[in-house]
Structure formats: C-alpha cells, structure tokens
Design a protein around this ligand. Sequence first.
Ligand code: URP
Ligand code: ZN
Ligand code: ZN
Length: 482
Amino acid sequence: MSYDLVVKNGTIVTHTETYQADIGIKGEKIAAIGTDLLAAAGNGKKPQVIDAKGLYVMPGGIDVHVHLQLPFCGTVSADDFETGTRAAARGGVTTVVDFAGQDPEKGLWAGIESRMKEAEKKVCVDYSLHGMITKWNDNIRKELKKCMDKGVTSFKMFTIYEKEGWNSDDAAFFSALTESAQTGATICAHAESEKVMNYLIDLYHKQTKQLGAYGHALSRPNFIEEEAIQRLAKWAEVTGGKLYIVHMSTGEGANQIRAAQERGARVFAETCPQYLVLNDEVFKDKKNGHLYGTCPQIKKKADNARLWKGLMDGEVSVVSTDTCTFNKKQKSMWNGDFTKIPWGMPGVETLLPALYTHGVLGKKFDINHYVRLISTNPARMFGMFPRKGTIAIGSDADLNIFHPTKAKKIDYKELATNCDWSPFQGESLAGFPVFTVSRGEIVVDKGKWIGKVGRGKFIPRGIGEDVYIPANPRRELAAARK
Ligand code: URP
Ligand code: ZN
Ligand code: ZN
C-alpha cells in the first residue's frame, strides 16, 4: 500500500494500549498500523516520513472548552480563531470546541452559523461549537433537534451572569434537561449560585481597597459551586437528562458528581489545569494577583488534591482549559476593583504539557489514562469518537508526537498564544509536541508552526456517549510500581 505520510519507530499510546508500531497515513486518515510500513510500501511515490524514535505518538489533544475572540467583560478575548488555534497546534491540541451564543432575534442556529463564519477563514486546526443558550424558551427548545441534526449536539447554559443577560433559572435547566433526555443533547452547565454569590460580592466589595484581588476568592466560597451542582444534578436525576459541569473548581463539586453518578444520574464533569495546579494564594500577589481572575475562581490546595483524585478515580472525566485570554492591558481594566477583572486566562497551548507533567510524570496516573482524559473521553463525551480521540484505522490522522521527559521552561514570549503573561511562567513542563499532525498534515515540525491559516475544518458531532470510568488507574499504577 502507498502512503502520503509514515510515522515510523514511535511508541503509540492510546487510552488502552502502549506499543511500538509505524502509522501509515493516506490523505487525512490513518490507513495502516504495523511494522516496517515503509518497506511494505514498495517503490511507488515516496511518502513523507517522521522518525519518531524515542518519542510517544498519541492521538491529538481535544480541548472542549475555549472562548476565542469572545466579547466579554467589556473587552474581547485576545486570542482569536487564528492565534488561539495556532497555539492549540503548538501545544499538541488538534481539535477545539468553542461556543456560539444564541442570536437574540433569530435563535440558536443563526448564532452558530455566524460564529462559523467568524472561525472558518482563521482556524489552524479542527474545531466544533457548543450552542450557548442565554434565553431558554419554546422556540429554542424546538431548535435543539435542528442543531443536533446539523452536528451541534451540546449546549451550554449558565446559572450566573445576570448582568450579561446569560443566566438561566431552575425551570429553564429542568426543561432543557427534560429535552436532553428525549433528544440525547448534552446540557453543559456553568454552576455557581448567583444570588448568594452577589450578596457576598457586595459584602467584600466594601473592602475592595484592602482586599485587592483576594476579594474575588472570598466572595465565591466553595459552597457557591457545590450548591449549584447539587441542584442541577437533582434536575438531571429526575429528568434523565445528561448534565456536564464545565470548569469544575472544587472538591465539594467532585463529591456531588460522584454522589450523583452513584445514584445513577447522568452527571459528568470537566476540570482545568488552573484548578489542579494553582491555588488562591495567587490572588494575594498585590502586583499580579488580578491576572489570575477567572470565573469560577481558583480555589485551595485541598481542592487541587480532590480534583486530581476525581480524575484518577473517574468521576471527573475530562480536562479542558476554559481558555479566555486577556492580556495585561485588558486585565488592568480592574483598576483595583476585583468585580471588574476580565475573567479568564490563556491555556490551550499549555493544557497537554501541564497535565502530562503533573499527572503522568507526577505519578498520579499512567500515560493511557492521560490520553483518555485529554483526547478519548472528550471525543466520546461530545460525539467525535472514533473519528477523533484514538489511533485506529479510519480515524482522522491527528497526532501529538512528543518526547517522554524533555521539558521546557515556560516563557510567555516563546508561546504562540497572543498574551504577554502566562499562569505557568518559569515552570518546566514536558509534553510539548515535537510534531503535530492534523488530518494527515504536519502542522508543527520540531516545535515550529508550518501549517496554513484557515486549514481547520468544522467537525459535525453525533450524540455524545456517557463515559463512566469504573477502573481506578491510580490503584493499577500503584500496584505496577510495587
Ligand atoms: O473566566 C472565565 N471562565 N471566562 C469565560 C466565561 C465562562 O464562564 O466560561
Ligand atoms: Zn463558564
Ligand atoms: Zn468558559
């Protein structure tokens, strides 16, 4: 058989296996996996070759939570569809899922179409969209099925952001989850209790001068997220709908997800690197504390530990980033008032290295579980598997090829993201791609972007799977170490 690209001598890693083999790629797809594929290819047209000796070859990362060029907090997030997806490729991420707000007059699908227009000439890797429901009504309810037939099968709703006009009440969530049970749609939820949170924000705002950015942490204690998750999980349980909690930041949240799953509810969650490796001490830094302001905010060390355990035990099934890049100038809009911080930070480029370094090299889980959390589970949860999320014949040839241990010291100046700071500045992280292959094309070569802008495609998605992980990889890893 002839190939366009052969990845030879690498160690293939999927969510279940680690083995030595070559990968033969024809066009955009994986056509063969085996030994000595170059010899078997005969004397026809010579394929491109990547020598992956000493490197891991995994399916490309999938970040199911990014906000590129999002108008938010009085500004627009600084990574647009071009810089954000180039940064993704430089970090080994080959698919991102952004959000499309409903059009206030024309509805959900119109909002999705206009977001696709914003993306299509700029995207450097593949992308998809979640619908973003900001006003639930009967027309939107009827539109869910239409969006699903066209490949948008998940929808984000918010319990907060009253000022932005984005928040939904309990009845809206209940109705959306009822519709989810009938159609298979996934309802993604930003879960924080707005009324009590606003009460606390007002309380701490009176001391904003003394508290600085730390007022942000004080005004959103853990029970703010916990209570909202508990309530939404109940609506999922009684309706049979599928609920996916986005950017979960607390240990209490993980307890709620576990309890809901044990009751048989279809409740799942993602967390993000900032909630795993940073803690709320960052807000005490008088000069730079405000840079770390996100929504929900970064919590405590105990939350880091519980969320890692959730990833190891399985109740937290995905790691995404909630990338919403704001540079220092944009962040300076806070002007000493924690309620005015533009919420969000860069992340997609450092997602894989942060999780690989802290998770795999930190001996929290094995490399197969890493692939599961960062590629296979997001693909399965959001209806892209097995096109994405694995290395198999017929799958898209999306690959992240990286060195097992070589680390690089993070310096925002060397990152592709359009930002003048990094939450991981100065940290040594391994797991950056030497090569990124996106649908059969080498787009990152020895760490450098060589692809074309606008080459990414919209990926229509099917109904997502419910992904429970009964196995406990942490226990397996501990047993293997003995
Ligand atoms: O701080 C954040 N997360 N910004 C983006 C909006 C959201 O809630 O995801
Ligand atoms: Zn959110
Ligand atoms: Zn978000």
